[in-house]
Structures are given as structure tokens and as C-alpha cells.
Design a protein around this ligand. Structure first.
Ligand SMILES: [Zn+2]
Length: 142
């Protein structure tokens, strides 16, 4: 543990609805909710389907691939904990399952301006603590 007053990055806190997602990410095998009634994938995790309001949901493996839907390059951050990461890319990723996930695009620090909408990406699992692993994304060929 760091001392009091040391800036920390905020981390997700799993709850009963989101815990299966965070556990799958920690295993390095991301799963997404899917509605058994209408077949749509769902992200973020929730108790009912946003498409048809069914509560008959299950967890299914995600392919771990997608494309950049939108992004921004962060050059300043008010929390000093992020200072070492600047510049970094925050991206809205459209997964091949059709859902969108806000995350970081990594592996582009040398030239973040080369990031483009539509860039194919793949998931990377980054263990940030013993308990928490975050899904991040990096460019992929093709
Ligand atoms: Zn549904």
C-alpha cells in the first residue's frame, strides 16, 4: 500500500452484476453478456437486456477483437497518477460482437497521432493489481 496522499488511479469495483466480467478479464478470457431472448450482446454488464428488457442473460466468450470507433489523445491530466502515461489514447472500441467499450489503446505511445477511426484492434489484459486486471486494446494487423 502507498502512503496517504499518494495519487492513485481509480480502479473498478466489481459488484454481483459485473463480477463475472472482471473475473473473465482476470483469467485472460473476456466474456460478454448475451441476451438469450433476442441474441444481442450487452456491455456494460447489467441485470436486464437494454434491447428487449429480458432478464434471461448469459455469459459468452468474446473474440477479443474490434475496431476503434472514436478516440482522443490525452496530453494533460489533473490526477498526477496519470502523469507518467501522458500522452495516452482513450478509445471507444467497437467489439466484433457489436458492443462498445471505453478503454485505453496501448502500443501507440511513439505516435499516437497515427491512430485512426476504424483501426483494427485486439484486447490485451493488463494486471494493474493482484485483484484487478483491465482490458486494454492494441493495434492488430489487418
Ligand atoms: Zn434481449
Amino acid at each position: 500500500m502507498s502512503g496517504a496522499g499518494t495519487p492513485q488511479k481509480p480502479l473498478p469495483v466489481a459488484d454481483p452484476v459485473t463480477r463475472p466480467f472482471w473475473e473473465s478479464v482476470k483469467r485472460g478470457a473476456m466474456e460478454l453478456q448475451r441476451c438469450n431472448a433476442c441474441g444481442e450482446f450487452i456491455f456494460y454488464p447489467r441485470g436486464i437486456c437494454p434491447h428487449c428488457l429480458s432478464d434471461d442473460l448469459s455469459w459468452q466468450p468474446a473474440r477479443g477483437t474490434g475496431a476503434v470507433h472514436a478516440f482522443t489523445i490525452v496530453h494533460r491530466h489533473p490526477n498526477p497518477a496519470f502523469g507518467g502515461d501522458i500522452p495516452y489514447v482513450v478509445a471507444l472500441i467497437e467489439l466484433d460482437e457489436g458492443v462498445r467499450m471505453l478503454s485505453n489503446l496501448i502500443g501507440v505511445a511513439a505516435d499516437p497521432a497515427a491512430v485512426t477511426v476504424g483501426m483494427p484492434v485486439e484486447v490485451v489484459y493488463e494486471a494493474v493489481t493482484d485483484e484487478v486486471t483491465l482490458p486494454k486494446w492494441r493495434p492488430r494487423a489487418g
